[in-house]
Design a protein around this ligand. Structure first.
Ligand code: AMP
Length: 215
């Protein structure tokens, strides 16, 4: 299964991708995660990306496309993949189509997770992630038993730098102007599916699985 997950920041792409990995046994390719790792490792690429990420802007296409190409060429993507956070604009989508065509593995589905703006805001400002195991929480909807500590591994929970209110507003603006047009892009290609992204995590996952299982 070759999937692109679409949706605004906070729509739940990362959360649902993690569940899809377990069910379908295919890797998640999250450009946000790859970039955050490069920032944490202090690589030259990470240093360049950080200035854009801190402002809630998109990292230049040339940087991101190179990372994705490299990842798609790895063996574990032969059985399929879940792209999360990529493509983010029409130019990235066109390049992706070309690259996948050349590799003989075109996309099968672009799944848009739809969530209202006011819910997105609360999800993003409340989001916390475990530094150690990556488990995600939300201080409003799914808090840990003990504040700031991961239930699963005891690791420290942190707030992403770009989950602060001003940056979030910018990220949502960038989504509306640059990424939302991809919904029409994939609709025209006939591979768009939409899913209502409000409700419990498992409930949304069920909706997603029933769409994917019918493909
Ligand atoms: P995310 O975790 O997907 O919300 O991404 C966090 C940040 O990483 C974004 O606000 C961008 O600055 C950057 N980023 C992630 N994916 C992309 C992409 N496909 N193109 C450009 N920038 C990206």
């Amino acid at each position: 299964m070759r999937i692109v997950l679409l949706g605004a920041p906070g729509a739940g792409k990362g959360t649902q991708a993690k569940k899809l990995i377990e069910k379908y046994g295919i890797p998640q390719i999250s450009t946000g995660d790859i970039l955050r790792k490069a920032v944490a490792d202090g690589t030259p690429l990470g240093k360049e990306a950080k200035s854009y990420m801190d402002k809630g802007e998109l990292v230049p296409d040339s940087v991101v496309i190179g990372l994705v190409k490299e990842r798609l060429a790895q063996d574990d993507c032969k059985a399929g993949f879940i792209l999360d956070g990529f493509p983010r604009n029409t130019s990235q989508a066109e390049t992706l189509d070309r690259v996948l065509e050349e590799m003989g593995m075109p996309l099968q589905v672009a799944l848009s997770i739809d969530v209202d703006m006011d819910v997105l805001m609360k999800r993003l400002t409340g989001r916390r992630t475990c530094r150690q195991c990556g488990q995600m929480y939300n201080i409003y909807f799914s808090p840990p038993a003990e504040e700031g500590i991961c239930d699963r591994c005891g690791g420290e929970l942190y707030q992403r730098d770009d989950d602060r209110e001003e940056t979030i507003r910018k990220r949502l603006e960038v989504y509306q102007s640059q990424t939302a047009p991809l919904i029409e892009y994939y609709e025209k290609k006939g591979i768009l599916r939409r899913v209502e992204g409000t409700g419990g995590i498992d409930e949304i996952f069920e909706r997603i699985c029933s769409i994917l299982d019918s493909i």
